[in-house]
Design a protein around this ligand. Structure first.
Ligand SMILES: Cc1cc2nc3c(=O)[nH]c(=O)nc-3n(C[C@H](O)[C@H](O)[C@H](O)COP(=O)(O)O)c2cc1C
Length: 324
């Protein structure tokens, strides 16, 4: 329960760089956990929405927000309730983080850990290769950057963008350590396919890449292949351009993936939209409580999604036998 509380803390908004909306975010374990231990029943977690204000969403029935889900949701579901953005709200990720905190404890028993950090916010980017330990160290910083200097620069950038009533995106990098060679699946069940599937389920995710990702497209094979070598009787890779996955299975290197988040769609800058009632062009300006940058809070969500994906593949028996 302490581990769950810690993960929930990391998803909570921080003043200046997150939404001013405050929620207690205390998960209630309705079923499946007794005295801090899993009973074997399905675990049912409930998280209350205490601090809501639906009034700020009334205008979007007529003038849907560009970049948010309002327009397709209203046309597809005529009775759609827009208050709080409903099922399209980042609020839904609170439950993912609580479930992920349980999954992390399951995979830890197999020696597997998941650590993520903020790689970039807008034009402020961390240019260093980071270890899992450094990623874990980002828990000390509000932006989830790896160093104080980067935390200051990212915070400053978010605050400046927020002060101009605008928003900014960025990238989260995630390292999964401890998976044995061969862990994963093939085709639709490939480890990279299932991780990407889970990451795209996070609202505002617009890209996922493994290892050198899109940069691989400009390399030669002689540059991109990760050479194998023996290290004290163990097979290791000399580099990690592939992000630890070949053929949908682990190659023994840490799994490294990056998730791109777009700028928060709800912004206080006037934007062009249409009016669904009058059938004319119109404008919309979003008031209310929104994150100027989703990225710092999304780090905990990315970790949770990765832990859930790995725990799910373990549960489905995706070769856990250590072959080396
Ligand atoms: C942790 C988190 C917080 C978010 N906060 C906001 C927010 O305050 N305002 C907003 O408009 N969108 C926010 N979003 C993003 C929207 O939920 C998302 O952009 C929207 O549902 C449209 O989906 P899409 O961007 O995946 O296409 C947040 C997302 C996450 C993961």
């Amino acid at each position: 329960m302490d581990a769950v509380a810690e993960e929930m803390r990391l998803r909570r908004p921080v003043g200046g760089i997150g939404t001013p909306r405050r929620e207690a975010d205390v998960p209630e374990f309705v079923q499946g956990i007794t005295d801090g231990r899993a009973t074997g029943q399905p675990i049912l977690i409930k998280i209350a929405n205490g601090n809501t204000d639906g009034s700020k969403y009334a205008a979007f029935y007529d003038t849907p927000r560009p970049g948010h889900a309002d327009l397709p949701a209203l046309l597809k579901f005529p009775d759609h309730d827009l208050s709080g953005s409903g099922q399209f709200s980042g609020r839904l990720t609170a439950a993912i983080v609580a479930a992920g905190a349980v999954a992390k404890q399951i995979i830890a028993e197999k020696g597997v850990s998941v650590d993520a950090f903020t790689r970039s916010v807008g034009e402020v980017a961390d240019g260093s290769v980071r270890t899992a330990a450094e990623a874990r160290g980002s828990r000390a910083f509000a932006t989830r950057a790896c160093t104080q200097r980067l935390d200051d620069a990212m915070r400053d950038h978010i605050e400046r963008v927020g002060a101009s009533r605008d928003s900014v995106g960025g990238t989260v990098e995630c390292i999964v350590s401890g998976l044995p060679i061969g862990f994963g699946g093939i085709w639709f069940e490939a480890l990279d396919a299932e991780l990407a599937h889970a990451m795209f389920g996070i609202p505002a995710c617009k890209g996922v890449e493994f290892g050198d990702g899109f940069e691989l497209a400009a390399m030669r094979g002689s540059q991109s292949n990760d050479a194998y070598r023996m290290d004290g009787g163990r097979i290791v890779t000399a580099s990690n351009h592939m992000g630890g996955i070949v053929g949908g299975m682990c190659d023994g290197a840490p799994v490294v993936l990056r998730v791109a988040f777009k700028p928060t769609p709800s912004i206080g800058v006037e934007q062009r939209t249409i009016n669904l009632r009058t059938g004319t062009d119109d404008t919309v300006t979003v008031e209310g409580r929104h994150d100027p940058c989703i990225v710092p809070r999304a780090v905990a969500v990315v970790e949770a999604m990765a832990a859930l994906t790995v725990a799910d593949q373990i549960a489905r028996g995706f070769r856990w036998d250590w072959i080396l």
